[in-house]
Design a protein around this ligand. Structure first.
Ligand code: CMC
Length: 460
């Protein structure tokens, strides 16, 4: 908090002072938490574009400059030098691990790769083949907690006591559940994880190995997948993370909270955008458009250029810069000429020179190029958002912990400005339906001849 700086709000000629909170990177926020009790007024900020919901020490974003840092370390540095699992440790525990910490953490993640055999029933008729893997993922992340009742007590101290185990377990099982959901949906036999494979390699093994054919991914393919997961690992108070924090604020356990996060991520304006980007590129390709018609449609408001725009970034999303290069590299390695990459690059060029996009600061976001890499890896399109969920798991876990371990934490409960009907009377059904003239004064307890009262018949 800044001692000297104060914000003044003048209401009906009277001054009210609010403290100013200063973040470690100099961001400033006006603390209005006492405004309502002091003045009777609340603040209104739909979509929270201007509201800091909490103080957090996990991720820093400067959307104007295009900075993204996990625990202070720039994303470019981590993308170049770290792995998803090491970055997950950094995000969850706040520091890069020592060699020993890293080995213990990786072992813990590895040991938790299998699902309880009881859970296999879910994949044996528990869901229709048509079920979306995000629905399966959300349901099973919550269900997996049922097999570890000591970790899901909804008692803060007890859930926190088992946090290290629960965190490693979720990081590991989210990947197994995802792979098994894919295999179930495609009528493929389940492939179990292996003890000698790294995180991303194990995932690719569970996805693509067959009982009669072991799948060995090219090292660069494994690295590209690991990079995608690392780049998605946290992004401060986005829609799904805010959902996780909201659920956690009620005292709910980690499993329930991340399961809610998956649901929030699913939508096309958030994690679901990566699926929509590829569908958009395929549609443009099939129609023979070079992207110009689609850009014009987006400008007319008939559609959105998926993978473009961001609430925070008013310049390039730094993750998109890294992924654009990675997409070019992966396609070169597997010697694939994907016309969708050309279309994506052309779309980007068109949008970057068009005043509609320039004036609104609409740049490619993380979802614009990730789908091209995922497609090249062989990932089916309905698994794209699932990949985002696996990547975002460390962030959700860290944010749950930040909420659960805050002794001063409050349940999330925003206010609203009510704009509905003023107080009015309940109108009984027979008056609403015009069966009885509106001027007829009904006896409150009059029955309908069949012995039932009006309310009883309405209930039936
Ligand atoms: N294509 C065309 N116009 C757009 C786009 C787009 N992708 N995004 C925003 N605009 C326009 C919008 O129509 C509005 O124009 P006007 O001022 O004339 O009404 C202006 O830009 C501001 O848009 P907004 O919807 O008020 O901005 P927002 O901050 O509420 O929305 C967003 C951010 C990401 C939801 C939005 O840019 C969008 O829908 N993008 C496409 C979906 C997408 O790629 N989502 C992934 C986000 S990154 C990964 C993640 O965090 O999940």
């Amino acid at each position: 908090m800044s001692d000297s700086e104060k914000a003044k709000i003048i209401l009906n000629g009277k001054d009210y002072e609010c403290p100013v909170i200063v973040g470690t990177e100099g961001e400033r926020g006006i603390d209005v938490s006492k405004l309502r009790s002091d003045t009777g007024y609340v603040t209104l900020d739909e979509g929270f574009g201007n509201t800091a919901a909490c103080e957090s020490s996990i991720t820093y974003i400067n959307g104007e400059k295009g900075y993204l840092r996990y625990r202070g370390i720039p994303i470019e540095d981590l993308a170049e030098n770290s792995t998803f699992i090491e970055t997950a440790y950094l995000i969850i525990y706040g520091e890069l691990p020592t060699r020993k910490q890293m080995s213990n953490f990786s072992q813990k993640v590895l040991r938790n790769a299998n699902l309880h055999e009881g859970m296999m029933q879910f994949f044996d008729g528990g869901f229709p083949f048509s079920a979306h893997p995000m629905a399966i993922l959300s349901a099973l992340l919550n269900s997996v907690g049922c097999y570890y009742p000591h970790m899901v007590t909804n008692q803060r101290e007890q859930d926190l006591e088992h946090f290290d185990d629960a965190a490693a377990l979720l990081l590991s099982k989210v990947r197994t559940i995802a792979a098994m959901a894919y295999r179930m949906k495609n009528g493929l036999p389940m492939i179990y994880p292996k003890r000698d494979l790294g995180y991303s390699q194990n995932f690719l093994h569970m996805m693509f190995t067959e009982p009669y054919h072991e799948y060995y991914p090219h090292d660069d393919i494994t690295k590209a997948l690991d990079l995608i997961l690392l780049l998605h690992a946290d992004h401060e108070q986005n829609c799904s993370t805010s959902t996780v924090r909201t659920v956690a604020s009620s005292g709910a356990n980690l499993f329930a909270s991340v399961s809610a996060g998956v649901c929030a991520l699913w939508g096309p304006l958030h994690g679901g955008a990566n699926m929509r980007v590829l569908q958009m590129l395929e549609q443009i390709h099939k129609s023979g458009d070079d992207g110009s018609k689609y850009v014009e449609m987006a400008k007319r408001g008939e559609t959105r250029l998926m993978g473009f725009g961001h609430r925070l970034y008013k310049t390039y999303d730094p993750r998109a810069v890294i992924l654009r290069k990675a997409a070019e590299r992966v396609l070169k390695i597997i010697k694939l000429k994907d016309p969708l990459l050309d279309i994506a690059q052309r779309l980007e060029e068109k949008a970057r020179s068009d005043s509609y996009f320039v004036d609104r600061n609409l740049y490619p976001n993380v979802d614009f190029y990730s789908g091209i890499i995922l497609k090249a890896i062989g990932m089916p399109i309905d698994m794209f958002t699932v990949m985002f969920a696996i990547g975002r798991m460390p962030g959700w876990i860290a944010h749950w912990h930040e909420v659960a371990s805050n002794p001063k934490g409050k349940i999330t409960r925003p206010r609203q400005i009510y704009q509905g009907e003023p107080e009015r009377k309940y109108v009984k059904m027979r008056f609403r339906e015009g069966e009885i003239p509106s001027d007829y004064e009904a006896d409150e307890h009059k029955s309908f001849g069949d012995g039932s009262s009006e309310n009883a018949s309405a209930k039936a």
